[in-house]
Design a protein around this ligand. Structure first.
Ligand code: NAD
Length: 296
């Protein structure tokens, strides 16, 4: 069985090169795409994500601003910052790094982001646009990245049975909508923590998208021979042989599964790099739409 290891790093790099030209054009037209990244508290993983988002903007000639707020920041203070960013002409995308400290109501914060700048695609207006297949909206970056990987490798989705494991607002649900859209035309089953006999369900899938957050849960007996497997999971497991004492694995047991499928994303280096690339793409899209609206 031809067995493709999907190279997310390579595809993300090519995707970012494509964006560079668009960013240069927008800059020449007087509007450099700008992203504001807001971090509340000192969660180490969030700090790493925020730093890589800011760095990626700089590499492509985009403007970015990082707001690192102390963990005691109140809901009101955070909302006040969001409103200031909504009104800021240099900012076209606003992202509040998840998860915020427990005293912050994340949903209420998201409601305050101008939907035109909601590049994470979490605002109810953008969720509705995804369901309505209105392409002016913003779709969460990770599932968008998964779709780009399928496209880059010429993997057909029309008429295929896709099983999405996980029903989160950030990955599972938007992924299911993208796959069932009139553009992709897959038949989609969404599995979750209460799904019965997940291995049997997955064995009926041509495409599996795993977004669970359980290290190496998907094993070879979940896989129909020749299926395509996209692994969204990012899990830390203890590994004393590594200098940091841990390593990152996906939700799929890569070594167990890889010889049974036709294509698979590794972790790291699969879906992960696409997430940032699509965040940049969403910010460029927001900038383009705001520029077009300003011209009436
Ligand atoms: P989440 O915790 O919000 O959702 C997990 C989903 O898995 C839930 O819907 C739950 O019902 C389902 N689930 C839990 N146990 C299950 C089981 N035994 N069988 C079937 N379904 C089960 O998580 P999330 O935010 O969607 O993230 C999922 C994973 O993807 C995590 O590892 C996260 O770190 C990773 N992630 C990666 C990226 C990326 O850029 N690659 C982006 C977002 C999330």
């Amino acid at each position: 069985m031809s067995n493709i290891i999907i190279d997310g790093k390579e595809i993300a790099m090519r995707f970012r090169e494509g964006l560079k030209e668009e960013i240069a054009e927008l800059t020449a037209a007087g509007m450099t795409p700008g992203l504001a990244v807001v971090l509340v508290g000192e969660d180490p993983a969030s700090q790493v994500y925020v730093a890589s988002k800011v760095k990626a903007c700089a590499e492509l000639g985009m403007f970015s601003q990082k707001f690192a707020l102390p963990k005691e920041t109140t809901q009101e203070e955070l909302v006040a910052l969001i409103q200031q960013l909504n009104a800021d002409d240099k900012i076209h995308g606003i992202l509040v790094q998840s998860p915020p400290p427990k005293h912050i109501d994340e949903e209420a914060v998201i409601l305050n982001i101008d939907p035109r700048k909601d590049v994470d695609g979490f605002h109810p207006i953008n969720v509705a646009k995804l369901v309505l297949e209105d392409e002016s909206g913003f779709v969460p970056c990770t599932p968008l990245g998964c779709m780009e990987l399928l496209k880059a490798y010429g993997i057909e989705t029309a008429g295929k049975h896709a099983v999405v494991i996980g029903r989160s607002l950030i990955v599972g649900k938007p992924m299911a909508h993208l796959l069932m859209s009139k553009k992709a035309n897959a038949t989609v089953t969404v599995a979750h923590s209460r799904t019965k006999d997940l291995p049997a369900l997955c064995r009926r899938a041509d495409i599996i998208v795993a977004a669970v957050g359980r290290p190496e849960m998907v094993k070879a007996d979940y896989i129909k021979p020749g299926a395509v497997v996209l692994d969204v999971g990012i899990n830390r497991i203890t590994d004393e042989t590594r200098p940091r004492g841990y390593r990152i694995v996906g939700d799929v047991d890569f070594n167990d599964v890889k010889d049974h499928c036709s294509a698979i994303t590794p972790v790291p280096g699969g879906v992960g790099p696409m997430t940032i690339a699509l965040l940049l793409a969403n910010t460029v899209k927001a900038c383009r739409q705001i520029l077009a609206a300003s011209k009436g």
